[in-house]
Design a protein around this ligand. Sequence first.
Ligand code: SAH
Length: 257
Amino acid sequence: MTLSTLPAPPVKQSTPLPYIPIATLALALLCSTAAAADPLAPQRADMVKEIATVAAAAGAQSGRHALDPRVMAVMGQVPRHEFVPDPQKVYAYENRPLPIGHGQTISQPYIVALMTDLMMVKPGDTVLEIGTGSGYQAAVLAGLARAVYTIEIIEPLGRQACDRLKRLAYRQVACKVGDGYYGWDEHAPYDAIVVTAAASHVPPPLIRQLKPGGRMVIPVGAQFLTQYLLLVEKSGDGTVSTRQILPVRFVPLVGKH
Ligand code: SAH
């Protein structure tokens, strides 16, 4: 009897099966489930890539070559198509502003991401937005802050945005219709303030309502002339400093102020 220590010859397989790690299979399954639940997720992911490209190209000017990954993650989650009128939905994930009615616009996604990045919102923060518009910027902020207060001057737009934010379950957003120039004193001071319409100057009530150590992002300049996105910082001792970030184009901040 001959004992062999050699392994048995391998059984030949006509088509070898590829080796796919379990984790890869699980991820693929998860992605396909997510895609089925949210068919626009891939478009949103492309939009986020485009924002990263534009941020890198504009970095020398804006000082922000790469935006905060938390901001980018939220940009990849908020359903922008829910915030634009039906005829605009096909363009919802393009990197451009879109009309939202009443002569107003939802800002370009890169600008929303940059403004949010500059605000440096932390999870426990209370933030104020002036110019609710569609409610999109408020929804982005809701993914980063504890509480978001937002003010819109055009009543039908403000009401519509508020209903939309409720329907989409952005529970930490509170809205009101009014002139945002004066801020929202009741909930002040704020860790960060964003103004999404161009003012002729930084409204003093908003500076007062900013916490020491807080940041405000605001476009300043006249309509049809050069406007600049400004970062206004209030230091611990209350000193205010201002930095120009980028030339921008926003609808004007209106009102009787
Ligand atoms: N943040 C919005 C885009 C806003 S466009 C979004 O994500 O969709 C600017 C908005 O500012 C417009 O809706 C305009 O009506 C509003 N606005 C202009 N002046 C204002 C004021 N004084 N107070 C509050 N909102 C104002």
